[in-house]
Design a protein around this ligand. Sequence first.
Ligand SMILES: [Zn+2]
Length: 257
Amino acid sequence: MAAAVGCGASAPWASYAVGGWGDFLSSAGEPAAEWGYQGEKGPAHWGELNAAFRQCSRGKAQSPVDIRNPLPVRMPPLSFHYRANRVSMVNTGNTVEVDYEPGSYILFGSHRYDLKQFHFHTPSEHTLYGERQDMEIHLVHEDRAGNVAIVAVFVRGGRRNNNVLFRLLERLPSGQGEHYYNREMGINATFLLPLRRDYLSYEGSLPIPPCSEGVRWLVLMNPVDVPRVYIQELHALMGNNSRPLQALNNRVLLLER
Ligand SMILES: [Zn+2]
């Protein structure tokens, strides 16, 4: 699966898109605890943990950010072309990541980005006017040149059931490094998206080490509702895995008008 995503050296975030955390884990059973969200390996220290992580402390266009007063402009249409996919997931120790086979993509204008994986953060990483939401899903995409686009979906505890999460939660890999694969069971990430897909866009970074910049963020403004207990189950497994807010500096948040 790592194939086509190459351009490795020129795109330091490429390994993230292919399941960077997964790569840590598959390397001879090494623990994935190079970084985390608490204490000495937490976000305040990421930049010092590894020379390759320097952007985490020095970058000027980092993610996540607080979303407020976006600028309404005409934006390219954003469309989703996700197919059903066999369930393949891994507990990385920092999140639960669900890998996607080739063939699912978004079009941002006419630019195609292929879906590689999605994963979860509790609570949300981006905030809306200073408020964290219950959960945030990141759908990580990459184009043929190795440029990354991440679609962020806010999730709220509510009543509406969600069949994708239901299927995943039944089988969550509970231990760090544990995988789950089922060729008989399909999920379609389309059903993790809100029906209304107004979006906001800005230039940011991976919100995890190595914090590489040049990431196109597409934040869907309408949340999806899922049963609160689903969010609690994921949180019980992952703990708090949200990076603190980063300075916007001179970036502009563009809202689809
Ligand atoms: Zn993420």
